[in-house]
Structures are given as structure tokens and as C-alpha cells.
Design a protein around this ligand. Structure first.
Ligand code: BEZ
Ligand code: FE
Length: 304
């Protein structure tokens, strides 16, 4: 670039762009765009794609867009399997030592689950191996958090969520919204969740198949906890004995989220129990409402 701010070829287009963006009205967006461009240019210098490679990459991104609609969000799936969603979560919500780690909510969350009684059976279709779950909600100093709202959702014994097969599972199957008791405890009955594979019929699944990468998620319960004076906690309770525990496709497994699903002796057929303590992070100004962004969550239902 010369003194008049004229470009001379693409030798350092990023620097030229920086000058053009200097007066941008949205300075935050300009910074993000410029950083993206600098990283993209560094990527091109490192990988040295030829024009055909670039065309194929653009075709892939086009397919990701075409596979996304109101019911399926292939872009979110891409962010999840590349570890971007988990990284954003970790950086946005750093968790102090001793508190329960945050994870993504995933596409199957519903904010509209009616209140569920303590001890209720969340399994509405009688299918699966019965599970009894106890969650203890605590502050970092070990005090119980009575009255916390605890939302839970999970896949069934076949690895499928209610909103993935609305014609087969009753509405709100394996979902609950339970208020913690005076001891900060929430008890419910359910079924042992099974791990599942992320959808592999779109461009992201095809990319992973080509690379031989795993698309499994080890078995888990999802939990969202809200209580006045604490940051909302969105997390998973993973079955530590699931064979896929070391290869979660979306990098959600953390040591503090592993739980033992214990066999309960006696009775007819297998029965299981799980008991975990979830430690919240104090905050100011939070409420006890279900998650905002319901429309966005619904847009992701059933799709990925
Ligand atoms: C889930 O656990 O429900 C999930 C999270 C991210 C991507 C796909 C599924
Ligand atoms: Fe899940």
C-alpha cells in the first residue's frame, strides 16, 4: 500500500483491510472480522490450498448452510464437533476450582417443560431400565441451595430424545423441572440413558466419516440449575463406564462430570441409581427462570 492508502495486489490484504476498517461504525465487529481474516490468511499460508481445494472447501460450507433450517442446525453441529462450542463455553464461563464445570446445552433442550414433582417418574412410556437419580445442589462452601430449579433432559435407553421421535415418545418424556427441597436435593425416577451417535447424514457427518473421526456421545443426563444469587449452571452427568467416554464427539467430558451408575440389587430386571453433587458459582442478579432463547433452542430441536 502507498501513502495514499492504495492497495498493491494481495501481498498484505489483511493490513490493507485493517486501514479500511479503522473508522468502522461497529468497532467490535471490525476487530472480529480483522482477526478472522488474519487467521484465515495464516491458515492459507500454512496449508497452501490450490484453487480446487478452495472450491471444495466453499462447496462444503455451502452444503452446511443448505442442510440448516428451522429444525436442523448443521452449523451448530459443525461448531460442536470442531470443539468451538466447548471452547466458547469454557472461555465465557470460567469455573472456579470446586464448582461444577459448564457444558453446552445441546440441541435437545426444551425450556417449556412443566413443573415436575419431587420423586416423579420422568419416563412416560415405561420403556428402558429404571433409574433413580439424586442431585444435591450446593454452594461452594457446601451449603445446600434449597428451592433451586433443576431442569433435566436425557435420551432414552435407545439413545433418542423425545423431540427426535415425537411420533413414538410421549411429549416431555424423560424431561423434568423440579424444585430442590429444603436440603437442596432433587430426586426423580427415569431410565438409564444410552449413548448415541450424532446425525451422520449431512455434510458434517460425511466429513467425519471421511476423516475416520468419532461421532459418538457417551451416555449422559443433561442438567440445568438456576437459583437466585448463583450463575445458571448447564452441565452433563456422564456415565463413567460408557465405552465411548474417552471419545465424546463434542469434547464435553470433564473429570468433574463423571458419575457412577450403580446396579441396584433385587427386583425384576436391571435397576440403576446415580447420585451427584452439583456446585454452583455465586453471582449477582440472576433469576430462577428457564433458559431464554427458547426459539433458538426449538430451532435446533430434532435436527442434530
Ligand atoms: C446433546 O448432548 O444432546 C448434544 C450436544 C451437542 C450436539 C449434539 C447433541
Ligand atoms: Fe445429549
Amino acid at each position: 500500500m502507498d501513502g495514499q492508502g492504495q492497495d498493491h495486489g494481495g501481498a498484505d490484504a489483511a493490513d490493507a483491510l485493517a486501514l479500511r476498517l479503522a473508522g468502522a461504525r461497529d468497532a467490535g465487529m471490525a476487530r472480529a472480522v480483522l482477526a478472522s481474516v488474519r487467521h484465515l490468511h495464516a491458515l492459507v499460508r500454512e496449508v497452501r490450498p490450490d484453487p480446487d481445494d478452495l472450491r471444495r472447501a466453499l462447496e462444503f460450507l455451502t452444503e452446511v448452510g443448505q442442510a440448516s433450517d428451522a429444525r436442523r442446525q448443521e452449523w451448530v453441529l459443525l461448531a460442536d464437533v470442531l470443539g468451538v462450542s466447548a471452547l466458547v463455553e469454557d472461555l465465557a464461563h470460567p469455573v472456579p476450582a470446586g464448582a461444577t464445570p459448564q457444558t453446552v446445552a445441546g440441541p435437545f433442550y426444551r425450556a417449556d417443560v412443566p413443573e415436575t414433582a419431587q420423586g416423579a417418574d420422568l419416563c412416560l412410556d415405561g420403556r428402558g431400565e429404571p433409574l433413580v437419580a439424586v442431585l444435591h445442589i450446593r454452594a461452594p462452601d457446601g451449603r445446600a441451595v434449597p428451592g433451586a430449579w433443576v431442569e433435566v433432559w436425557q435420551a432414552n435407553g435407545e439413545g433418542l430424545y423425545e423431540n427426535q421421535e415425537p411420533d413414538r415418545q410421549p411429549e416431555f418424556n424423560l424431561r423434568g423441572r423440579i424444585r430442590a427441597d429444603a436440603d437442596g436435593a432433587v430426586r426423580f425416577r427415569s431410565v438409564r440413558p444410552k449413548g448415541y451417535r450424532l446425525p451422520d447424514d449431512g455434510p458434517v457427518g460425511q466429513l467425519f466419516a471421511r476423516l475416520g473421526l468419532p461421532i459418538e456421545r457417551p451416555a449422559h443426563l443433561h442438567v440445568r440449575v438456576t437459583a437466585p444469587g448463583f450463575r445458571p449452571l448447564v452441565t452433563h452427568v456422564f456415565d463413567r463406564d460408557d465405552p465411548a467416554i474417552g471419545r465424546d464427539a463434542i469434547f464435553g467430558v470433564k473429570p468433574g462430570l463423571l458419575a457412577e451408575f450403580r446396579a441396584v440389587p433385587g427386583g425384576v430386571g436391571p435397576r440403576w441409581s446415580v447420585e451427584v453433587t452439583l456446585v454452583l458459582v455465586p453471582d449477582c442478579g440472576t433469576t430462577d427462570q428457564p433458559a431464554r432463547g427458547k426459539a433458538r433452542a426449538e430451532a435446533r430441536q430434532g435436527g442434530n
